[in-house]
Design a protein around this ligand. Sequence first.
Ligand code: SF4
Ligand code: SF4
Length: 203
Amino acid sequence: MKYPKLREVKEAIISLFTKPYTTKYPAGEFKPFAGFRGKPVVDEDNCVGCETCANVCPPNAITNEDDKETGIRTITRDYGQCVFCGQCEEHCITGKGVKLSDEIYDLACFDRNDIVEKQERDLLICDNCGAIITTKDHMRFIHEKLGPLAYSSIMNLNILNERLKLAGTGDTSVKIRDELKRKDSFNVLCPNCNRQVQVKNLK
Ligand code: SF4
Ligand code: SF4
């Protein structure tokens, strides 16, 4: 027969008089500790649908699908695949788009679809070639961040146009005919088409 070592006997005696480290959850209440990383919670007002969190999510729990026909980006967050690493929160470009809750920890469910969330954002699509540039909210965020400096780029004439439309002063975009010309700068153009306008104007 193998007898327990003195150290093991000591640990057994100590454990008789100390509180358990584990909780009886779900029978008993579980109180998350400080810095607990629970469910990532999206703030709809501060998420601009930029794709950054999808690019840094290690298990690909966040995916995007762009539909040119409807002009909608659908962001899908599958918490059944989430490993609660916090990369999405750390790299969020607005700093407030997603935060890991320190209270929501119970994601157990019978149907995995119950822990899948979807968001939709309007896409910004090039008027000339139809390429997807980003989302409108993302472009607005960049513009607000840059302030007046935003107008140093021809790209932002598109936003000026959007603002004029919002202010009710009219649409400055001109229908693109045949090939790109200088006046087409006031349309929504992707960087590639913008470059074409610029290069033509240099000639
Ligand atoms: S916490 Fe980590 S695994 Fe979960 S969604 Fe964010 S980046 Fe992905
Ligand atoms: S990085 Fe932030 S703003 Fe961009 S899609 Fe993710 S949560 Fe939204």
